[in-house]
Ligand binder design. Structure first.
Ligand code: SF4
Length: 440
């Protein structure tokens, strides 16, 4: 047998522990010299479920909306159980439930939860995975609130979608409230005239586009007003769809995905206006809004906002030849400085497709980066952010909550069901169908 050329030989597999929780515990106990954004991460989420806020992690500085769902107290038997005991209880409950339940795990979810997931993916992949199980009675979505809503929109009415911890919201989705968006729409109507009347070229003044990371109420708003949903994988195709129907786009909630996508399509920055819902006319002038091709809602993801150009420069200096891939929710300067930008699925596929041992510096959530490092030991894969700081809201789904909802199902009780009201669900589905029909 011919020996492989040296460059193609895989490195000896070094065991990589994909658990971010273990990394945090090692930091807190002094066994690791790495840094974390807060030592509170070492506590169970039930310690902060009683306080308003997103809890420790990347979103902890964000403002939680009044009336955000609060999780009731988790029974002590789950709070006090060891990791091994919870693992055994979840495995046993899943065995009893069999095909009656599907467990979905988001790419950014803790390893201790993801290990029990029947499917792992991004929010839309997971909602579609649930469609493959029309006879499952329950879909347990180990993600955040808007993802469970999307699964409810796409699943059958008799299927119960369960979010293991009701406090697992998403600070970015919460930055676009339905009241603020309705108010914005009224102000734009005063500025541009009737928003659903096309001009001589057949274009309406504004098409609303929402990122998948938004509430069902926002998806419903978009559906009612001739708009569409996008993901980070198809944002360009969706914006092309919108520009074929409107003079401009109102994009929410993530300004960075909107800006990065429009810029890549050739829209000049001068034709992008910001809309801050706390300011009259969103803080932009009427003249700027008249010229705008894209109006960007003032929202962001606190996980992806942590990445900086300095981190990329340091990675390049310390790892010559490093391949830098970041998520398009990162700020524009970071996307411009990276080698590539793409969705979580793009990042995973890019690493899987690399045939030679490669050093990757990745700009996305730490749980996904750690898992990729464990899955592809032939490559060196690290997170651009040297501080261990997971998505606060995803972190709310501790294995204790997963064990609780599954054991309640075994006992015949559905807890933490997420349901989208019919008057919101119908237009929200329309906006999702438009996205599925949009072709590049
Ligand atoms: S990573 Fe950002 S966008 Fe995703 S759930 Fe967390 S806060 Fe929301």
């Amino acid at each position: 047998m011919t020996a492989l050329p040296l460059t193609l030989q895989p490195r000896p597999a070094e065991p990589v522990d994909p658990s971010v929780d273990h990394a945090i515990l090692a930091i807190v106990s002094g066994a690791s010299t790495a840094a974390t954004c807060t030592t509170d991460l070492a506590a169970g989420p039930w310690d902060f479920d009683t306080r308003p806020g997103y809890g420790p992690g990347s979103s902890m500085g964000d403002v939680i909306p009044t009336g955000a769902p609060r999780q009731g107290e988790l029974p002590a038997e789950y709070r006090e159980a060891s990791e091994a005991e919870l693992h055994a209880r979840i495995t046993a409950a899943k065995e009893v439930l069999g095909d009656r339940v599907v467990v979905l795990g988001h790419f950014y979810q803790r390893e201790e939860v993801v290990t029990h997931a029947d499917y792992v993916g991004d929010s839309f992949q997971l909602a579609n995975a649930a469609l493959e199980h029309p006879h499952a009675e329950a879909i347990v979505f180990s993600g955040v609130h808007f993802m469970a809503e999307t699964a409810d929109l796409l699943s059958r009415p008799e299927q119960a979608v369960i979010l293991p911890n009701l406090a697992a919201g998403c600070s970015m989705a919460d930055m676009a409230s339905i009241d603020d968006v309705e108010e914005c729409w009224e102000q734009l109507a005063d500025l541009y005239g009737p928003l659903e009347v096309p001009d001589a070229d057949g274009l309406v003044p504004v098409i609303p586009v929402t990122y998948m990371n938004s509430s069902a109420a926002i998806k419903g708003f978009v559906g009612r007003h001739g708009g569409i949903v996008c993901t980070s994988s198809n944002a360009r195709t969706v914006l092309e769809w919108a520009f074929a129907r409107g003079r401009r786009v109102l994009f929410f909630p993530d300004q960075h995905l909107g800006r990065n996508t429009a810029k890549a399509m050739g829209v000049p920055l001068e034709q992008m206006s910001m809309w801050n819902p706390r300011k009259p006319l969103g803080g932009s002038s009427a003249a700027d809004l008249a010229d705008a091709r894209v109006i960007l809602w003032h929202g962001f993801c606190s996980v992806h906002r942590r990445f900086t150009v300095e981190q990329i420069e340091r990675a390049r200096a310390e790892h010559p030849g490093v391949r830098v891939i970041v998520h398009p929710e990162c700020p524009m300067a970071v996307v411009d400085a990276a080698d590539e930008a793409g969705s979580t699925d793009y990042i995973r596929k890019a690493i899987a497709a690399a045939t030679e041992p490669t050093t990757f510096a990745i700009g996305t959530e730490i749980n996904l980066v750690q898992r990729l490092a464990a899955q592809f030991p032939q490559h060196e894969i690290f997170c651009l952010d040297p501080v261990v700081c997971p998505c606060s809201t995803m972190y709310r789904i501790h294995p204790g909550y997963l064990a609780w909802v599954l054991e309640r199902l075994v006992a015949g009780e559905v807890v933490n069901r997420i349901t989208v009201p019919a008057d919101v669900a119908e237009p929200a589905r329309l906006a999702l169908e438009r996205m599925l029909a949009a072709k590049p």
